[in-house]
Design a protein around this ligand. Structure first.
Ligand code: MG
Length: 266
């Protein structure tokens, strides 16, 4: 009996130590910072004051928050380049730009790391094709990790390839797509991967996506760069890389694109 009690006590102590170790390991930098301050400490610094933007409607383009970097405000493609670094070859319309099939991906001239990204897009109306061959494009965080853009309104394809999927990895939580031709929004929170000096992965990338005001990807851990038909492992990459939009041979439209870089969390 005594031996059993000792074994149980030993197991309890071991579990407690393990729980404490896990708690310690899981305590993030932001938690540690929060605990440094007394509750309601009036000497704690306040966050910067910004002016919030306005949401778009179908007929009215919204505005970005005052601290955002504007990547497209309806006027020009100066923030974007073709794959060879030359001028963007996609067409500029009245307040939007559109994929020109066969001209290749667009890349931002600036590189970005952890970020909040707002993108609005509309697939062709009337729709053409089916499955993956219908209003296909994509938002590539760091040019590597695709949030799928597709006409997924009454158009079935594989789940991890429909609109708002992390392509080849995670289907969206729900299909919140609007009909073709209507403007849709993605609000994306991206934290990039981290590597040590030897190139070993320390932390995978994570992505959260809100589509048309609906949570569709909830802080998912990215398995590696996007490829069609395969899931290659991570390769070490810089903390900042250009964002890309996919040319998948369909004239998908984009408008009102802005980005806010986020403080790095390690
Ligand atoms: Mg795509």
């Amino acid at each position: 009996m005594r031996r059993i009690t000792m074994v149980c006590l030993g197991a309890l102590v071991a579990s407690a130590i393990l729980a404490l170790a896990v708690a310690g390991l899981s305590q993030s930098q932001s938690e540690q910072e929060a605990r440094q301050w007394k509750i309601h400490d009036r000497s704690r610094p306040h966050p910067p004051v910004i002016t919030a933007g306005e949401c778009s409607t179908q007929d009215h383009v919204g505005s970005p928050p005052s601290d955002a970097t504007i990547l497209f405000d309806g006027k020009d493609l100066s923030q974007w380049a073709a794959a060879d670094g030359g001028p963007a070859k996609w067409t500029l319309g009245d307040g939007y730009f559109a994929t020109v099939p066969g001209t290749g991906y667009l890349h931002t001239r600036q590189a970005f790391g952890d970020c909040q990204l707002h993108v609005e897009w509309a697939t062709p109306n009337p729709p053409h094709g089916e499955d993956q061959d219908r209003g296909n494009s994509g938002v590539f965080l760091q040019g590597l990790y695709e949030v799928q853009v597709l006409d997924s309104y009454n158009n079935v394809t594989y789940a991890d390839g429909q609109a708002a999927a992390i392509y080849g990895q995670y289907p969206p939580l729900v299909n919140a797509c609007r009909p073709p031709g209507e403007w849709q929004t993605y609000d994306i929170i991206f934290h990039g991967p981290r590597f040590d000096s030897a190139g070993k992965l320390l932390r995978p990338a994570t992505i959260t996506v809100i589509q048309n005001g609906v949570l569709v990807q909830d802080h998912v851990m990215i398995l590696g760069p996007t490829e069609h038909g395969q899931r290659p492992p991570y390769k070490p990459t810089p903390e900042r890389l250009p964002l890309a939009l996919q040319d998948h041979n369909h004239p998908v439209r984009y408008r009102n694109i802005w980005i806010r870089e986020l403080p790095a969390k390690d």
